[in-house]
Ligand binder design. Structure first.
Ligand code: NAP
Length: 432
């Protein structure tokens, strides 16, 4: 029986659990792969630091480069761009297959890494990079490869889902929900990557690349976070039967006669009856629409050391099986050539909140602006604030699908009307 040497880079939240599984479940892993998986070493910055899991001290090293050179499989769980990128390239150069959960690196530089891996005939696997424990990349890449995916909607960031869900349940403002998420450990001290949507955008780029067989990187993703979502937006959405979720969306669209793919992240109103509306707390879910399969949903824990280690180990077993049996690792087929559509060309429905003077003729003035820009209104709700010193009203419009550029021009023109106090929110709507 073959022995495969496994090098682990990083022993933090995820790496420590991967090390535990490799050691504790060695017999099962051998039965499933047909090879012995030997944990050859664990590269960290500080070998003396306490770990979440009791592990043999002699496994630890600071010489990641030397460790990689002796390995058949390298598991990269250090995170960050460097030295992760250099070490992955070093591993590929030495003929090792690589398993990683590093979405930031893949979204920034995935294409170059996949190319190197393909050229070297080794595998670069990254199931853990999107939605933690949820096996979503395998189904998109393999199970649905005989179908045509048309759209992917993902709640792929647990922190923002936790915050928006808390705002929806308690009526809290964003800042208070964020502070609570930080207190409970769902949000980091510096929450920028999560609340500004950057983490979801990295995952969106990876999902889009696999779903549409075309390489998309972070630069192709238009991204808006949740810092501008107010308790009033959430309450108005609730009133109208919607919930607000931060979605990573990848969809095939035709714009200006060109078929392309829109990849975007933004707060989105979803009908409360949509399956994604039932995803609460820090959970993740990915909703896939395909021509033949129809609608599919994948749900589970999107983060956490142990759940994420499950996804990492799935990749390790797949790679080890292939190494045990021999044969080519299989190429990432980037056969599609869809251009990334700029957000100005994307058509979506919008919810627009206005604070207006409570006076006759306001509604028709606003409606005229929509008509002038070719944006048609699906619904309108009005709430008067009778207790206000100056009588004002809140108007909420939901539009039919319209191009982003037309909507932006509409909003600008509405702002210029005398009767408008302010545009309180502009949010996109999906699933209607
Ligand atoms: P983490 O807890 O911060 O652990 C990082 C580990 O890498 C630490 O053991 C650290 O060593 C080591 N390390 C960092 N820089 C190093 C360097 N220059 N040289 C050697 N070792 C270095 O990270 P994590 O939460 O486990 O995440 C690991 C990866 O999985 C990231 O790419 C992350 O995006 C991805 N991921 C994480 C989750 C999650 O729930 N945590 C979910 C999905 C994907 P020391 O311990 O000595 O400092």
């Amino acid at each position: 029986m073959k022995t495969l040497k496994v090098a682990l880079l990083g022993c933090g939240n995820v790496g420590s659990q991967v090390a535990r599984i490799l050691i504790d479940d060695a017999a099962d892993l051998t039965a499933r792969t047909g090879a012995r998986l030997e944990l050859a070493g664990i590269a960290v910055r500080n070998p003396e630091a306490p770990r979440d899991v009791e592990l043999p001290r002699e496994l630890f090293t600071t010489d990641a480069e030397a460790l990689v050179e002796s390995a058949d499989i390298v598991i990269e769980l250090m995170g960050g761009l460097e030295p992760a990128r250099t070490l992955i390239l070093h591993a590929i150069g030495h003929g090792a297959s690589v398993v990683t959960g590093n979405k930031a690196l893949l979204a920034a530089d995935g294409a170059a890494l996949y190319e190197k891996a393909d050229a070297a005939g080794v595998r670069l696997a990254y199931e853990a990079a999107v939605a933690g424990a949820i096996p979503i990349l395998g189904p998109i890449r393999d199970s649905l490869s005989g179908d045509r995916i048309t759209r992917v909607l993902g709640i792929v960031n647990g922190t923002t889902n936790y915050i928006l869900d808390a705002m929806d349940t308690t009526g809290a403002q964003f800042a208070d929900a964020l502070a609570e998420a930080q207190r409970l450990g769902y949000a980091e001290a510096d929450p920028t990557a999560d609340v500004e949507g950057h983490d979801a955008a990295a995952k969106g780029a990876i999902l889009a690349s696999l779903a549409f067989h075309t390489t998309f990187e972070m630069a192709n993703v238009s991204c808006e976070g949740i810092t501008g979502v107010t308790a009033e937006d959430i309450a108005a959405a609730k009133d109208a039967g919607f919930v607000i979720k931060l979605l990573a969306i990848a969809e095939k669209l035709e714009a200006d006669g060109t078929e392309g793919v829109s990849v975007r992240v933004h707060p989105t109103l979803l009908p409360r009856t949509h399956p994604l509306a039932a995803v609460h707390g820090a959970f993740n879910a990915v909703f896939v629409e395909a021509e033949n399969a129809g609608e599919l949903m994948f749900y589970g824990q999107g983060a956490g050391g142990t759940p994420t280690a499950s996804a990492v180990m799935g990749d390790v077993v797949t790679v080890a099986r292939r190494l045990a049996l021999g044969g080519h690792m299989g190429v990432e087929a980037a056969s599609g050539h869809f251009p990334a559509l700029p957000k100005e060309l994307v058509t979506t429905s919008y919810s627009i909140g206005l604070d207006v003077a409570d006076a006759p003729g306001v509604l028709s003035a606003v409606a005229q602006v929509f008509a002038d820009h070719g944006v048609s209104i699906e619904t309108m709700r009005q709430k008067s604030h009778s207790d206000a010193a100056n009588a004002s009203a809140e108007l909420r419009f939901v539009t039919h699908r319209a191009p982003e550029a037309a909507l932006a021009a509409t909003v600008e023109a509405i702002k210029g009307l005398d009767v408008i106090n302010s545009v309180t929110s502009v949010l996109r709507v999906e699933g209607v």
